[in-house]
Structure formats: C-alpha cells, structure tokens
Design a protein around this ligand. Structure first.
Ligand code: CP
Ligand code: NVA
Length: 305
C-alpha cells in the first residue's frame, strides 16, 4: 500500500522519531542515492523558496528527478479536475509533493492518486516544516522530551503541525494567540491526547509573556498566511501585541533559541534584532528542510522489508 504524508501525525510517534534519526544520518552525508531513477512532481498552487528548492535538491541527491509544475501550467481544479490530475500524474511519477490552498484538495489528490502524496503546505498543516524544526530543536537542545516550545501568534498551519508533533514527541507546547485566532479545538484535543501518552503538555493562552516564560524555544510565523492577503491590515492591528522582540525574548530561558519557518516580515511578527540575533536558528531550520525531506522521501518511497 502506498504511504502519504498529509499530516504530521501520519508516521506515528515511532515513525516520526525514526524520520528524525534518519535525517541526522543523511545530514552527516550517509545514505546517498536511495531513489535512483525515481521521479517526483512538485505541484504548487502557491509561491515557495525553501520548499521548492529543498525538495528538488533532496530528490536529486537521492538519485531521482524532480519536475516543478507551477499553478499557471496545471490549473489544479480549474483547467482540469483534481482527480484527473492525480490519475495522470500517477502514470508518470512515483510521488506527488503538493502545496495547495485547501487541505481538501490534498486529500482529494491522495485519494485519487495511486502514488504517494506529500503535503508541502496546505491551509491546515505544514508537516515537513515541523519535522525540520524538531530536528533543529534536537540539535540545539540535545533532546526533545521535556523541551518547552512557546509559539506566539496565529494558530495556523505551522502552529497546528508543531502542536501535534509536540504531543507525539513529548515536547511541552504553549501557544499565545489573540482571541479569534487560536488553534482549533479538534487539533488541541488531538495534540493533548498524543501529549498524554508522551507525558507532555499542550497549553493555550492569550498572553505572550505567559507562553514564553522560561521557554527553551520561542517560535513565531507570519500574521498573514498565503491566501489571507485581504485580511492583512486587520491582522496587523490584532497581532501587534504578539510581536516577538527583545523584551519578549528576555522572558524566555537565558539559552532560549528563536525560530521562524520563514519568510519573515521584519518589524511585524519579529524584530530584525531578534531574527538576526545570536539566539536565532532560522537558517538552520531552512537547511534542515533538505535533510528531513530526504528522510521523508526514503521512508515513503522505499518499501519496508
Ligand atoms: N518555510 C517555507 O515553507 O518556506 P517557503 O514558503 O519559501 O517554501
Ligand atoms: N503560515 C505561512 C507559512 C509559510 C511557510 C503560510 O501558510 O503562508
């Protein structure tokens, strides 16, 4: 049976742990050329720098070949229905890596494709980002279990994947969001049930200072995600008290690191001094997308013995 990665929970806690182990081996130069002659389609409805480049290089370094398909070329669901695109691509490639507006499009693609589908960001989740972020946390903190991760800002796709992965891997996750922009109840319930099994906690607050107090990691993302551009002015006002700046960072642990999935909006969700400061590990996160995605591709495309 084909494997998909639509949500960060799909590999399960053991599978996610193994992915991070394998990503570390790959980062150290091991396990090359695992996917000779395999073809991967990058089907993108939204812009990208990191995801597009890191997936292309991941496939190339594993001995395969990537095809980038832009929104203008494919017209997913407009020029051609999603099920037909899924079935056509399944006749050519071994895997579809898709970045979509609606998570439902991804589910529909996966349902109709006979090849694996990987979520390269939807409005609901960004699993490859969360996995790369946890590899980064492990490298900087030497562990995951018991690490205190504070997320400040929108309860969006990135926050959702981080909360779920925290629950799976025993990280204590706290999130501060304005009223109306919290993580949804279904995600919170799922993350808490995973956290109960892993011995960690998931907490929500409206107060950034409370979330960040004593944290090992302070994380933020854009206030306006792709597809929400019309709400940008309102969001700038609502989220202003949630900016990560030096004053907020000073509430965290003295050795806390600052994280952001990028692209960042300097002076909005984070000040330039924090983003460029000594505690910032944002470019390690960007690099780790490559290593984690190589591990994801190998785990999904190479059948278990
Ligand atoms: N973090 C991330 O996914 O970046 P891109 O949108 O540039 O791919
Ligand atoms: N939340 C952001 C993440 C970008 C990588 C967005 O969806 O636009």
């Amino acid at each position: 049976m084909k494997k998909d990665l639509l949500s960060v929970v799909d590999p399960g806690p053991t599978g996610a742990g193994e992915l991070l182990e394998q990503a570390l081996v790959m980062k150290q130069g091991g396990l090359r050329c695992l996917l000779p002659w395999r073809s991967v389609a990058l089907l993108f409805e939204k812009p990208s720098l990191r995801t597009r480049v890191s997936f292309d290089l991941a496939v190339t370094q594993l001995g395969g070949h990537c095809l980038y398909l832009s929104p203008q070329e494919v017209g997913l669901g407009q020029r051609e229905p999603v099920p037909d695109v899924a079935r056509v691509l399944s006749r050519y490639v071994d895997c579809i890596v898709a970045r979509v507006f609606s998570h439902d499009t991804l589910v529909e693609l996966a349902h109709h494709a006979s090849v694996s589908v990987i979520n390269a960001l939807s409005d609901h989740e960004h699993p490859c980002q969360a996995l790369a972020d946890f590899l980064t946390i492990r490298e900087h903190k030497g562990r995951l279990r018991g690490v205190r991760l504070a997320y400040v800002g929108d309860g969006n796709n990135v926050a959702r994947s981080l909360a779920l992965l925290s629950g799976m891997l025993g990280v204590d996750f706290s999130i501060a969001s304005p009223d109306g922009y919290s993580l949804d109840d279904v995600t919170v319930r799922e993350a808490r049930s995973l956290a109960a099994a892993a011995g960690s906690s998931i907490s929500l607050t409206r107060d950034p200072h409370e979330a960040v107090k004593g944290a090992d990691v302070v994380y933020t993302d854009t206030w306006t995600s792709m597809g929400q551009e019309k709400e940008a002015a309102v969001r700038r006002e609502v989220f202003a008290p949630f900016q990560v700046n030096a004053a907020l960072m000073s509430r965290a642990d003295a050795d806390a690191v600052f994280m952001h999935c990028l692209p960042a909006h300097h002076g909005e969700e984070v000040t330039s001094d924090v983003l460029n400061g000594a505690s910032s590990v944002v470019f390690d996160q960007a690099e780790n997308r490559l290593h984690v995605q190589k591990a994801v591709l190998a785990q999904i495309l190479i059948p278990a013995d």
